[in-house]
Design a protein around this ligand. Structure first.
Ligand code: ADP
Length: 632
């Protein structure tokens, strides 16, 4: 992984986490707003329904008795009273009629006013003589129209709904009939709505409300003119009419409006409805049929909001779960992809490995074949070398034989002459009949023949070309055979021989022929060295002993000039010689060492402290002679 890959991966993870968070929040927000919308809508519908029912009921209560004043003018007693107001009898009969009517209708009061606004007759006797000229309902009726409005009784502060009707006497308006209707039934019905509500009159003043604090507050700001008019008409008695605590759009209808918190307008704090800030209310309004009165209902949005919060949480949770599932699915897919990729890589690596193994195997097979060929070639070379060695050994023998020939001829000349003389003498003595002498001569002849046989006996096996065949070899015999070849030379060159070997005492495990060849070579070299050095006192030491239970030591030492350092370093190299061309080939010591090593021994050369060279030849002791060898 590169150094920049890690931060890039971390950034991507961070971005993904942020995106997931944003999605979860978005889902929560969508859930919230959808739920709010739906909840508000259903709340609106439900409240509308309730408002409709309540409005109809309120209208029934208010309008039920609206027609009553119109019927009053039909009463003759009333008309008679208006024509003769001073008549006590007419007042009584009109009062009686109005009391009965009031009782029948169940209204607060029914009364009749003259054209100056003074109460002439009433269901309530205490009202008699009261001046109602300042009331709008009176003025309306006086001008020939039906007057209707809410007002508080100036005497007993009792609120009520006043409806008036002109009383015609012929063409002129002779007086006014009025009825005061109680609205207490509406006030008592508020709890059925289950939410705060109010009823405002045409002045936008709250005349009835489920919340006592809202009563006699103005929904809209009252102008100075309006306030002066209200002061004059004293519709609301002594009430100061502060501003309604919530800011409400007065055109509100079934489409509703949401109002948040309290809007005290700096007016009467007691009028404020105890609503915690931010709770929110859904306001819906309805105008009562044929009137300017407004019915407003305030539904709490808190449950809707609470439900919306729940839905928002659920939506966020669902979105989170979905995202998690998506993440798990993606992760699983990525894992599967990685696994497949790893498998592909593994397979590729495996194939490459197989190819490599195949390549190496074929290379190894080739190397093996080459090695086998080389081994075969080496074996062939060894065989050739061995043959060459054998040839050389034989050649060496033949060369020695040449030297030997002169000596043997000399050795045999004497006995041959003696044989000739003795056999001639024997013939003569036989003729003379001296058989004893003949017998003695023949005995001498036999001895001489044996002597000659003894001279040529070692030559028999010597000339033979043979393969190395290790056997129990008497070292003394081999030394004697070798020395025999140089017998003539030793004497001619005046060499003093020191031989230290007892026949049968030292037995080596080797080929006797080869051992003899080595000894011939070593003795020949010693004689050459002494001759070349021109030493006056020529001495040759040849000895054999059992150096160890399993090793035999043969030493050939001369009194020559010894081995120069450079000669000693290259002594056993093939074709190394210090002798003249044609005299030495430089193969003697090389072949000798090979022969000794082949027999499991070792050949070493050194200078003797007293001068001259000393060759040490070590060979394994013959197995069955080991005991004898230990005690020579
Ligand atoms: P060659 O006798 O044909 O030279 P060798 O391998 O027998 O081959 O001997 C190699 C050389 O080792 C001789 O040429 C000679 O210089 C040296 N050498 C061998 N034996 C002796 C010895 N006893 N004293 C001194 N030099 C020797």
């Amino acid at each position: 992984m590169s150094w920049s890959a890690r931060p890039r991966g971390a950034l991507r993870t961070l971005a993904q986490a942020l995106l997931a968070l944003v999605l979860v929040l978005l889902a929560g927000w969508l859930g919230f707003s959808a739920s709010m919308q739906r909840g508000t809508e259903s709340l609106r519908q439900e409240a509308n329904h309730q408002l409709e029912l309540f409005g109809a009921a309120a209208e029934g209560i208010i309008k039920r008795l609206e027609h009553a004043p119109a019927t009053v003018q039909l009463n003759q007693d009333v008309l008679a009273l208006l024509r003769q107001p001073q008549s006590a009898a007419r007042v009584d009969s009109a009062n009686l009629y109005l009391r009965r009517l009031n009782a029948h209708l169940g209204s607060l009061s029914v009364f009749v006013l003259n054209e100056r606004g003074t109460v002439l007759a009433s269901s309530d006797a205490t009202m008699a003589g009261e001046d109602q000229a300042f009331r709008p309902y009176f003025l309306e009726a006086l001008s020939g129209r039906v007057g209707r409005h809410f007002a508080i009784d100036t005497r007993n502060q009792q609120p009520g709904y006043y409806v008036s009707h002109p009383i015609h006497d012929g063409a002129r308006v002779a007086g006014v009939a009025a009825i005061k209707i109680s609205l207490e039934a509406i006030n008592e019905a508020w709890p059925s709505l289950g939410s705060p509500a109010l009823l405002a009159d045409s002045n936008q003043v709250v005349i009835l409300s489920s919340e006592p604090g809202w009563r006699y507050t103005a929904l809209a700001e009252l102008s100075v003119d309006q306030r002066v008019d209200l002061q004059l008409s004293r519709l609301y008695g002594e009430q100061r009419l502060p501003r309604f605590p919530l800011k409400v759009d007065l055109r509100i209808d079934e489409n509703s409006q949401v109002v948040e918190g309290l809007v005290p307008h700096g007016l009467d704090a007691e009028a404020a409805m105890p609503l915690p800030a931010g709770r929110g209310l859904l306001v819906q309004g309805r105008t009562l049929n044929g009137m300017d009165w407004r019915l407003l209902m305030f539904s709490e949005l808190q449950p809707v909001r609470r439900e919306a919060v729940m839905h928002s949480l659920l939506a966020a949770l669902a979105a989170g779960t979905l995202l998690l599932l998506a993440l798990i699915t993606l992760q699983r897919r990525r894992l599967v992809r990685q696994k497949l990729q790893a498998q592909r890589w593994l397979q590729q690596a495996n194939t490459e490995l197989e190819h490599t193994v195949q390549r190496r195997t074929s290379a190894l097979t080739e190397a093996n074949l080459r090695l086998k060929r080389e081994v075969a070639e080496r074996q062939q070379a060894e065989t050739t070398l061995r043959q060459a060695q054998d040839e050389l050994v034989h050649a060496g023998k033949m060369a020695a034989l040449g030297q030997l020939a002169t000596g043997i001829t000399h050795e045999l000349t004497q006995p041959l002459g003696a044989i000739r003389t003795l056999s001639g003498n024997a013939l003569e003595f036989m003729k003379r009949g001296k058989l004893d002498t003949v017998q003695s001569n023949l005995q001498i002849l036999t001895r001489l023949a044996d002597q000659m046989g003894g001279i040529i006996e070692p030559l028999k096996g010597f000339a033979r070309k043979s393969k190395a065949q290790p056997v129990d070899c008497d070292v003394a015999v081999a030394i004697n055979n070798a020395l025999f070849l140089y017998d003539q030379r030793l004497r001619n060159e005046g060499v003093q021989l020191h031989k230290d070997c007892t026949p049968g005492a030292v037995h080596a495990w080797c080929d006797p022929n080869r051992l003899e060849q080595v000894l011939i070579n070593l003795i020949g070299n010693a004689l050459d060295a002494m001759r070349e050095a021109g030493v006056a006192q020529r001495q040759l030491w040849v000895s054999a002993c059992n150096e160890a239970p399993d090793r035999v030591l043969i030493e050939v030492r001369d009194s020559g000039a010894g081995l120069a350092e450079d000669v000693r370093a290259r002594l056993f190299e093939p074709f190394f010689t210090t002798k003249d061309a044609g005299v030495g080939l430089g193969l003697g010591l090389a072949i000798s060492r090979d022969i000794v090593r082949e027999a499991g021994g070792e050949l070493e050369a050194d200078n003797h402290p007293e001068g001259g060279a000393c060759f040490k030849l070590r060979l394994p002791t013959a197995p069955d002679s080991a005991t004898g060898a230990e005690s020579p």
